[in-house]
Design a protein around this ligand. Structure first.
Ligand SMILES: [Zn+2]
Length: 382
């Protein structure tokens, strides 16, 4: 089972906005008050803290009983997760089985606010509906965005398909010339995203020359748009990768770039290499693939990244002279066996071959970790 949180927009009638805001403010006040007590008395145990704060907090804020319980959990959870807890702001409310209900027939949620139980319609698409189908979720978070929209993140447990080990592996090479290239010859070009980037940076340059308060606001909006576009693209690419693996009953193999800083300490890294490892977009793409694959029951394996782009995928040859490569930009031409291929596909094939040695027990080759279980991927919003 994997727990994911499904993000749904709430349809909030104007007259109910202040009711939600009142509860959000109460919840933030409660959290701040609880945090002060916990810090002052150095008490970070849920039950003990409950005894100390429950009554005074309920009296001070007028929140319902379960709101206060959730506020205590929120404070302790935050204190454990981050080094420094900042002031809680009135933008988020934790809900549990007593303060929240999802009603599938009407696509509504019942939420207990300070004023009592209120129903809201969800405005969601087929994707979210499919994830919520047949679920009776018992936890959710209500959030208010800077723009003043309300969203609810509903936690659901999804079963993952039981999977055997599969001998077929699709290798995926990320972010060299294209965003992603597979060993089966598919690729997603970086051109589209680059043109969007260029467009935004032009607008940004224009705006920056004006330097007004309005222009600062516009800049913030631009970066948000760019980010959302990248996110949309990554969702698309990961969806296609996972569905093609599922269709052909294959595993997906990626280079393991997570420890590249340590493992490549001795070698000077190229600009491209740095871009590939530090770029959050590639990290996000791998993350998206990870959880989509888990839901679909497609195994994902990670292979060591060394030499995947320099090795000939037919004969295994590497250029004998240090620092030289059979790869030349887009083209790969093996000096040993004469094999010629698209350089990125060649790299993806190498990744697939390495991935096979991982997913096939007992086969020779490098040993790597099989990343099979969900727990390695954090809960992310869809
Ligand atoms: Zn060769």
């Amino acid at each position: 089972m994997q727990t994911i949180s499904v993000k749904c927009k709430l349809q909030v009638p104007v007259e109910l906005r202040s009711k939600i805001d009142q509860t959000l403010q109460g919840f933030a006040d409660a959290c701040n008050q609880i945090y002060e007590t916990a810090k002052r008395e150095n008490c970070w145990n849920t039950t003990k803290l409950h005894h100390k704060v429950y009554k005074p907090v309920r009296e001070a804020t007028g929140l319902k009983a379960n709101h206060v319980c959730q506020a205590i959990r929120r404070v302790i959870g935050n204190a454990k997760a981050v080094k420094q807890v900042h002031k809680f702001r009135p933008t988020s409310l934790s809900l549990d089985a007593r303060t929240f209900q999802y009603i599938e027939e009407s696509q509504t949620v019942g939420i207990t606010l300070m004023c009592g139980r209120v129903k809201f319609k969800l405005s969601i698409g087929n994707y979210q509906m499919a994830l919520l189908k047949g679920q009776s979720p018992t936890a959710a978070t209500l959030n208010k965005t800077k723009r003043g929209d309300y969203y609810i993140n509903i936690c659901v447990d999804l079963p993952t398909d039981p999977t055997g080990r599969t001998p077929k592996v699709i290798g995926v090479d990320l972010g060299r010339r294209d965003i992603a290239t597979t060993s089966t010859g598919k690729s997603w070009s970086g051109k589209q995203i680059q043109s969007v980037r260029d467009r935004y940076s032009k607008v940004r340059a224009n705006v920056q020359s004006k330097r007004t308060r309005n222009s600062r606001r516009l800049l913030r909006r631009l970066s948000g748009r760019e980010r959302r576009f990248q996110e949309w693209l990554n969702h698309n690419i990961s969806k296609q990768l996972v569905s093609s693996a599922k269709r052909s009953n294959s595993a997906l193999a990626f280079e393991d770039l997570t420890n590249i800083r340590e493992s490549l300490n001795q070698k000077p890294r190229s600009k491209t290499e740095r871009r590939r490892t530090n770029n959050w977009a590639f990290y996000q793409l791998r993350l998206f693939v990870g959880y989509k694959a888990n839901i679909a029951g497609v195994p994902v394996v990670f292979v060591p990244p060394a030499y995947t782009s320099q090795t000939c995928s037919r004969c295994g040859g590497i250029h004998p002279i240090k620092g030289k490569s059979y790869r030349n930009g887009k083209a790969f031409k093996c000096g040993r066996c004469g094999f010629e291929h698209d350089a990125d596909i060649n790299a993806a094939i190498n990744i697939a071959v390495l991935g096979k040695s991982v997913s096939l027990p007992g086969s020779p080759g490098m040993s790597c970790q099989l990343q099979g279980q969900m727990s390695l991927f954090p809960t992310i919003q869809i």
